[in-house]
Design a protein around this ligand. Structure first.
Ligand code: T3D
Length: 259
């Protein structure tokens, strides 16, 4: 598939998807959804071990392209969520590798949800986050009503969703919405270093860590103890665990294969 709304590369096990409609702050169109589906197929089936999601130009993603929603016969938005956004968010969460969102600029509406679906969110200091939905008469979607209260608590989640005000990257970091904020000029280098590090990490273990933390949102302590037992049993038989232990005992850096 030829891409016109995203850029996609896999280099040294680091997959990078760059949303690429900079003149519209990378607002998401149906075409972009199709290209994202295709790229995520390639991420899952190729030798990638980490995914970086970022935006071209001065925005990360301004959410749904509202140009596709003006007048005429409007689609059932429940259906667009069902067919487009919800599968995208589920896919990112279920990806068996770490997903980094490199938030280079404003992340609004479903663009903010997209960023929060990542495992690690690093934002440029000039970036911002906005639950824009209420401004146009919608409820936060693409997972925002799930992610935001869990990350920053109900009081702040309600304020953000009901007032639909922009917050700075620094505020987002202070509230625990994201991992960290870095100077704009440092974002690329920071993301490169982190992605390189994660691409050499024990990928299978990282995949199970992601899953365990997701399951913990719903599980009882007993259920979660059992889940940890099952994952540990699997990982205890992995090549990377053997390598991790051997490297520790040999006092050398481990060489993980991701299996
Ligand atoms: O519909 C469904 O399927 C349901 C799912 C919905 C999910 C959603 O995401 S709903 C929420 C949609 N997003 C928004 O409501 C955000 C709209 N954008 C904004 O509020 C502002 O653009 C920002 C606060 C994000 C940034 O403001 P600012 O002042 O930095 O930039 P700007 O001048 O507003 O935008 C720059 C350009 O991008 C501009 O185009 P132009 O006039 O230069 O040709 C603007 O129209 C365009 N743009 C920004 N956001 C969108 C967009 N074009 C289409 N759709 C957008 N969402």
């Amino acid at each position: 598939m030829t891409y016109s709304t995203i850029l996609f590369t896999i280099v040294d096990a680091v997959a990078t998807i760059t949303l690429n409609r900079p003149d519209k702050l990378n607002a998401v169109t149906d075409a972009m959804h199709a290209e994202l589906r295709d790229a995520l197929d390639r991420v899952a089936n190729d030798d990638a071990r980490v995914l970086v999601l970022t935006g071209a130009g001065r925005g990360f993603c301004a959410g749904q392209d509202l140009g596709q929603r003006r007048g005429g016969e409007l689609p059932d938005l429940g259906e667009t969520l069902d067919k487009l956004y919800n599968p995208l968010i589920r896919r990112l969460r279920a990806l068996e590798m770490p997903v980094i969102a490199a938030v280079n600029g404003v992340a609004a509406g479903a663009g903010m949800s997209l960023a929060l679906a990542a495992d690690i969110v690093i934002a440029a200091r000039s970036a911002s986050f906005m639950q824009a939905f209420a401004r146009i008469g919608l409820v936060p979607d693409a997972g925002s009503t799930w992610f935001v209260p869990r990350l920053i608590g109900p009081a702040r989640a309600r304020g953000l969703a009901l007032l639909a005000e922009k917050i700075t990257a620094e505020q987002a970091e202070a509230w625990g919405l994201i991992w960290r904020t870095v100077d704009d000029a440092a974002l690329l280098a920071e993301i490169d270093a982190l992605a390189t590090r994660l691409a050499a990490a024990p990928t299978l273990a990282l995949a199970r860590i992601k899953r365990a933390l997701d399951l913990a949102e719903e599980n009882t302590l007993d259920g979660q103890l059992e889940q940890e037992r099952m994952f540990q049993s699997e990982l205890g038989r992995s090549a990377d665990y053997r390598e991790g232990v051997a490297a520790f005992l040999d006092k050398r850096p481990p060489v993980f294969k991701g299996r």
